[in-house]
Structure formats: structure tokens, C-alpha cells
Design a protein around this ligand. Structure first.
Ligand SMILES: C[S@@+](CC[C@H](N)C(=O)[O-])C[C@H]1O[C@@H](n2cnc3c(N)ncnc32)[C@H](O)[C@@H]1O
Length: 252
């Protein structure tokens, strides 16, 4: 596989081309297996309810968790001894995922909480709180080989930022802010290390790797999102002309 490339493929196929024990850090954000409300903007008064949902694509929660287990087993195989992993998830699946990382061979370390200071508002009629929190499960293959300790105030398992806005925001519903990803990448990897993200989405992990002088490889199954990644790479290269001669690529 060529480093600094995102391959347009199902990650379970892509993994077959990654050597055992070749990756320094897993940083990934798989699909959440959630019903996503579709007709929120049409709600006009307090009797209106959300009636249209689009499911993330798994026939059941069991199937989803089996898929996550397969991915984590592959992550374990390709990780170097002492590699860390960070996996985003929602509050509904976090306790299952903590156990699956251990089933796959990793050590579970901590759950990190991202508080979104500007979440989508709660829908009054559903009588639930706004989803202002996303979680990241941190795990490692044995004792972490890299731990670049920052100031004690930056070593909390809690981080607070707005959701992506302005120029950073791309057309991806679950895009994660660089500001949240970069500190964990800096703590758990060194310059020139190789970071793997099997679910690139809009390419946030790849951009974070470029910004911190790390290498990356990744997969994304959706054509439209691959186009967004290609645009982000172009923007990045334009902004940082002749960036160390590295040409991040999408492989279709
Ligand atoms: C939660 S999003 C990742 C968002 C990303 N962190 C960002 O900041 O843009 C998950 C992504 O995984 C992709 N995906 C889902 N199943 C996949 C598979 N089997 N192989 C590769 N990509 C997949 C989806 O198309 C989606 O873009």
C-alpha cells in the first residue's frame, strides 16, 4: 500500500493489503449504527414529531457489533506492539465497544469525552436532552510505546470545542474537528509515524496527520466522501505549497 493515500474501498477488503505490525496508531470513527432523523426542518409546532429516519445500514445491533469486532481484530493484527488506538463512538454502544477492544486483544485504557459547545438543539417534542457529547475509546496493544505527555491540564479525558464550522466544515454529517483529533494524535504518536483510519469520512484523520508531520493510510467506501477528501487534499497542498514533497492521494 502506498502511504499518505486513502483507498476507496470497503475497509475489510483494504485491510488485506496491510502488513502485520506495521501501524503506529489507529485513529478512527466508524459508523455509529444510529437512526438519523431526516425531517427535523419540517417540524412547525409542538405536536410535530420526527417520523423519517435513515438507519446507518446494519440490519441489527448484533450485526453492527460483529462488524466492529472484525475491524478491531484487523486493527490488532496490523498494529505494532505498543500502538495506541482511538475509536469514536456514541453513548449507546460505548460499553460494548470497551469489551470488544479487549476481545480483539487490545488493552482498554480510558473513555474520552468531547463536549460540543454548540450541539444541534434538542427537539422539544422528543423529550430528550441535546446530544452534546461524543466519546472516544482509547486502547493499546500492550503498554503504549508512545506517550508524549502535555501540560497536566491537557491530559484530561475531556475536551470541549464547538462542532466543525466555517471553512473547516465539509459536507459530511459526522465530520470531527481537527482541534479535537490533533492533541490525541500528538500524545500517542511521533513525527513520521504511520496512522491508520479505516473510516476516513471527509478525511479529518489524514489532514490531522499531515498537519502534525505523521504519515497516514485509510479507507472510505463512499464516492461522494472520497471527492470531499480529494478536495481537502488539494486545499491542503495549495495552502502549504511543496509540503515536504508529500502528495496525499485518493486511490479510486
Ligand atoms: C463517522 S464517519 C467518519 C467521519 C470522519 N471522522 C470525519 O471527520 O469526516 C464514518 C465513515 O465510514 C464510512 N464507511 C462506512 N462503512 C465503511 C466500510 N465498510 N469501509 C470503509 N468506509 C466505511 C462512511 O461512508 C463514513 O464516511
Amino acid at each position: 500500500m502506498e502511504i499518505n493515500s486513502v483507498y476507496k474501498t470497503d475497509c475489510l477488503l483494504g485491510f488485506k493489503n496491510i502488513d502485520n505490525e506495521s501501524v503506529d496508531l489507529i485513529f478512527t470513527d466508524p459508523p455509529y449504527c444510529q437512526n438519523r432523523a431526516q425531517n427535523i426542518t419540517n417540524l412547525k409546532n409542538h405536536k410535530d414529531v420526527v417520523t423519517e429516519f435513515k438507519f446507518d445500514g446494519y440490519s441489527s445491533e448484533k450485526e453492527y457489533l460483529r462488524f466492529i469486532e472484525k475491524v478491531l481484530r484487523e486493527c490488532y493484527r496490523v498494529s505494532k506492539d505498543g500502538a495506541s488506538g482511538y475509536l469514536w463512538c456514541g453513548d449507546d454502544f460505548v460499553s460494548y465497544i470497551n469489551r470488544i477492544v479487549e476481545k480483539a486483544g487490545f488493552q482498554f485504557r480510558k473513555v474520552i469525552h468531547w463536549h460540543k459547545t454548540n450541539p444541534f438543539p434538542a427537539i422539544h417534542t422528543r423529550k430528550i436532552f441535546a446530544n452534546s457529547m461524543e466519546l472516544i475509546v482509547h486502547f493499546s496493544k500492550g503498554t503504549p510505546k508512545t506517550w508524549n505527555h502535555k501540560h497536566v491540564n491537557e491530559m484530561h479525558n475531556f475536551i470541549e470545542t464547538p462542532i466543525c464550522m466555517g471553512k473547516e466544515r465539509k459536507k459530511h454529517q459526522t465530520q470531527k474537528p481537527l482541534k479535537v483529533c490533533i492533541p490525541f494524535i500528538e500524545i500517542s504518536s511521533n513525527e513520521n509515524d504511520l496512522i491508520l483510519d479505516p473510516f476516513m469520512g471527509s478525511g479529518t484523520t489524514a489532514i490531522a496527520a499531515l498537519m502534525t508531520n505523521r504519515n497516514f493510510i485509510g479507507f472510505e467506501i463512499d464516492n461522494g466522501y472520497c471527492e470531499i477528501i480529494a478536495e481537502r487534499f488539494e486545499e491542503f497542498v495549495l495552502k502549504h505549497a511543496n509540503f515536504k514533497g508529500i502528495k496525499p492521494q485518493i486511490k479510486l
